[in-house]
Design a protein around this ligand. Sequence first.
Ligand code: TXA
Ligand code: MG
Length: 337
Amino acid sequence: MATDSLDVNDPAGSMPTRRLTADAAGILEAGALLRAGKLVAIPTETVYGLGADAGDPAAVAGIYAAKERPRFNPLIAHLPDLETARREGVFGEDALALAQAFWPGPLTLVVPVAETARVCDLARAGLRSVALRVPASPVARAVLAAAGCPVAAPSANRSGRVSPTDIDHVLGDLDGRIAAVLDGGPCPVGVESTIVACLDGPPALLRPGGVSREAIEAVLGRTLALPGAPAGAAPVSPGLLASHYAPRAAVRLDAAEIRPGEAALLYGPVPPDGLDRAALSLNLSPASDLAEAAAHLFAFLRRLDASGAATIAVAPIPENGLGEAIRDRLARAAAPR
Ligand code: TXA
Ligand code: MG
């Protein structure tokens, strides 16, 4: 039973969480723990995921408990390749084209669940669709191969908090609540996967992420529909609650100047007015490189939050490419709670 990963009568948790090194032995151990129904945080190229055997309802229940995640919010199942993914979901023409173009990589496809699927009902929150992803991280793929089962893995943070991009972030939220964390170093992409629904209507963008809208539209040869758009659009991702990625500090977006005592999240070479009054400032990318900015985003938000400043002022970030995902996460961090 995976639920021994978390004693529901002791929600603060008291089991020691093992730190595994991402070498051959650590990867095999992570795979064995997953097969045994345990919870293991694993590195991916986007963020750390909190993994469990997606076919084991008790293990999946452990994910919801450890994260304090509402059970109506379904999980992404991770697979080592397209072939195994096709046992879980039904791939139409668009889904196949996207999988062939972007897998392995930071793209999640929501497709109708296949009759041969092993991913359990609880992992799908009872939906007739399933979210599938083949990650690019070599460590993640080695763990998936070692586990030999689809691995359900939401971001390895407590529900509503900033996603983890290194093991200290994971342990800060989940130490004592999970069996192990596999240390793969910092995550190179830094924002979660892009989620595209390929269901009845035209493909719809449910969440911007590590693959840009422009790149996806180029493969599809048409514009992505927006979630919540009328007439045949795909359902909004149940997990896209407005207030998410919430730091303790208030977040002020598109700040042209820094006010006294604010922490500052900068972008690009030009310093904003009032920078000398900042409590602490960090630049996502002095060279205006959106990929570099995405890789730093969550770690920098955590550091600025830890400065104790009441407000984090965020410089304007471009809307193109990975900028869409960065702006989406910042808007959620700024949303009223
Ligand atoms: O990069 C990522 O995607 C990371 C790494 C660990 O793979 N995972 C991640 O998972 O961000 P999570 O649980 O934090 O976000 C998954 C999102 C949620 O918003 C959920 O509502 C949505 O995917 N989702 C899952 N299944 C769905 C479905 N069948 N239909 C619509 N949305 C779905
Ligand atoms: Mg998440």
